[in-house]
Design a protein around this ligand. Structure first.
Ligand code: CP
Length: 312
């Protein structure tokens, strides 16, 4: 099967076979990052623009490393150092980027739908690196890759696994991409969080709503904790962060109710002591840094599939 898409805007519209194709490619490319010389010429002469209008550590660095490890030329643009600060519109900025002939524009933006809007006005491929409360598809892919590595059967299949997503589901683009990805690959997904941070009709996404923290933890093979997004003013929707930590935070006492081989995931950045205690974040269940490692491989795979395959 070939990957025939020009853009990656979300996991909602990807078929299971397309997701598997990206993950298989990521698995093949992952070993490049453990070589002494971490570079192959697959994207030599191609140009990737990283356009981050919201802060990022993991996504931005891993996209840049992924492109460099495939020998692409990379340039970066941040909101604070761009002419957006002088009132230039996003579309005008994109058209000006386009005039410099990039092959891919990787964009993170606080507005849901910004990458989709860009994809309609540029010829380059557009990759959504997180847009508002909509999707964070490469996070979803690296989460899937991590679960396949940790929990996949002999053929890497994760069908039938129970995945619990706990926290601020309403504002989380990670939750949305994870829900699409895990349900598409046949997992049973449960969500749990404060009622004020749960989307209405969440069941329409194909998930179950857990009735309690105990229920969300007890039968899970995978627990994904979501970050309390203080920048989206979510604190106004809960009594206090302290109370949130008591009711919805994951600590070692709660983990005693979980399956002994459960794995704990978090997209980062962590609010230690809020959604996750340091003992859990740094404990033997945690695969949080494996997620970060897989982020480079997944982004290499995606850049290669969008740009490089016909030339290899
Ligand atoms: N997981 C994630 O998107 O992290 P960053 O905001 O640091 O990129």
């Amino acid at each position: 099967m070939e990957f025939r898409r020009r853009h990656l805007l979300g996991l909602a519209d990807l078929e299971a076979a397309e997701i598997e194709l990206i993950l298989d490619q990521a698995e093949r490319l992952k070993e490049i990052s453990s070589r002494r010389i971490k570079k192959v010429p697959l994207l030599r002469g191609r140009t990737v623009v990283h356009f981050f209008v919201e802060p990022s550590t993991r996504t931005r660095l891993s996209f840049e490393l992924a492109a460099k490890r495939l020998s692409a030329d990379t340039v970066s643009l941040s909101a604070s150092t761009s002419s957006l600060t002088k009132g230039e519109t996003l579309i005008d900025t994109a058209r000006n980027l386009e005039a410099m002939s990039p092959d891919v524009i990787v964009i993170r933006h606080a507005c849901s739908g910004a990458p989709a809007m860009l994809s309609k006005v540029v010829q380059s491929s557009v990759i959504n690196a997180g847009d508002g409360m909509h999707e964070h598809p490469t996070q979803g892919l690296l989460d899937l890759m991590t679960v396949k590595e940790q929990k996949g059967g002999k053929d890497g299949r994760i069908e039938g696994l129970s995945v619990s997503i706990i926290g601020d589901v309403a504002h989380s683009r990670v939750a949305r991409s994870d829900i699409h990805g895990f349900t598409r690959l046949g997992c049973r997904v449960k969500v749990f969080g404060p009622a004020t941070l749960m989307p209405m009709y969440v069941e329409s996404l194909g998930v179950e709503r857990a009735g309690s923290m105990a229920e969300a933890v007890e039968d899970a093979d995978v627990i994904i904790l979501l970050r309390m997004q203080r920048e989206r003013l979510t604190e106004a929707l809960i009594p206090s962060l302290r109370e949130y930590a008591v009711e919805f935070g994951l600590n070692t006492a709660r983990l005693e109710q979980a399956k002994p081989d459960v794995i704990i995931m978090h997209p980062g950045p962590l609010n230690r002591g809020v959604e996750i205690t340091p003992e859990v974040a740094d404990g033997p269940w945690s695969v949080i840094l494996d997620q970060v490692e897989n982020g480079v491989a997944v982004r290499m795979a995606l850049l290669f599939l969008l740009l490089g395959e016909e030339e290899s």
